[in-house]
Design a protein. Sequence first.
Length: 161
Amino acid sequence: MWDGQAEPISFKAKIHEVKTVVAGIYGLPVSALESNCRKRIWAHPRQEAMKLARELTGASYPQLARHFGDRDHTTVLYADRKVSLREPEDAKLAARLNECRARIAQLVSLRIGKLLVTLARGSSTEWTPPPPMQLSKPDVVVASIDLVSWQALGGEIRAAA
């Protein structure tokens, strides 16, 4: 229960998490997603980040526009619609967006795990992240896959050594 003093625990992604992941996938600085540059190498990642931010954060178009370089809300609306129309037709785009979704989900779960452990212990200095997970079926090449599908392929998940 939220007591009104601390920030409530949110199970949604934060806009900065989306921007960090998308910028990382493209090898761009986060500031590139906020810039006014219209070059394709910056505009497409920015549009994908806007679409994912709208989908995963629940923020309004005007809120997202402010976070992406103080743009007009219709720019975010256009990006959301454009990427949504291209996703079913473009396999590379769909795979990249799914990879971003998976990485963002991991960031959110780490953030929430840290908050819950901190609340349970009453201290923020004792938390350490869990060990990275390692997939144990290397003969299957997949950009990202959900747990049920992975287990259907006969894969296992174990803690990395």
